[in-house]
Design a protein around this ligand. Structure first.
Ligand code: HEC
Length: 120
C-alpha cells in the first residue's frame, strides 16, 4: 500500500515536472517568443551571445550578429545544431539539444529569426 502510494506520488511529481519543463506543444509560439523563452538566456535578446546565463558556460554562446562566422554555417548544420545539440555538429555540448522541446517547424522559424540578425 505504502509503496503503491509512493509510486503514484512519484508519477505525479514527474508529470508536474514535465509540464514545467515543456510548455504544451498545442500552443506553438512564434519564433520571437521561442527565442526569448529558450535561447535568449544564453544567446542574448539581441543575439549577441550575452544572455544572463552566458557567463556560466565553458564556451561563450554564439554571437548571431557576427555575420562573417554565421554566413559560413549552412542551414542544414544550423538545423542539426539546434535540434540535436552542439555535440552533433562538433561544437561543445554547452549548446543544448532541443529535439524534445521544439518541433521541426519551430526550429525552422528560429533559424529564420537568427538569420535576421545579419540582414539589416
Ligand atoms: C545553455 C546555453 C544555450 C542555450 C539555452 C542555447 N544555446 Fe545555442 N549555443 C550555445 C553555445 C555554448 C554554442 C556554441 C558556440 C560556439 O561553439 O561557438 C551555441 C551555438 C549555437 C548555434 C551555432 C551552431 C553552429 O552550427 O555553429 C546556433 C545556431 C544556436 N546555438 C542556436 C540556438 C537556439 C535556436 C537556441 C534556442 C532554441 C539556443 N541556441 C539555445 C549555448 C546555448
Amino acid at each position: 500500500m505504502a509503496s503503491k502510494l509512493a509510486v503514484v506520488g512519484l508519477a505525479s511529481a514527474l508529470a508536474i515536472g514535465l509540464c514545467i519543463v515543456r510548455p504544451a506543444r498545442a500552443h506553438a509560439q512564434d519564433a520571437s517568443m521561442d527565442f526569448k523563452i529558450y535561447c535568449s538566456r544564453c544567446h542574448g535578446e539581441n543575439g549577441k551571445g550575452d544572455g544572463p546565463d552566458a557567463g556560466t558556460l565553458k564556451t561563450p554562446p554564439r554571437n548571431f550578429t557576427d555575420c562573417a562566422t554565421m554566413s559560413k554555417i549552412s542551414d542544414a548544420t544550423m538545423f542539426k545544431a539546434i535540434k540535436d545539440g552542439g555535440a552533433a555538429v562538433n561544437l561543445p555540448n554547452d549548446m543544448p539539444s532541443w529535439s524534445a522541446g521544439l518541433d521541426d517547424d519551430e526550429i525552422h522559424g528560429l533559424m529564420a529569426y537568427i538569420r535576421k540578425f545579419c540582414k539589416q
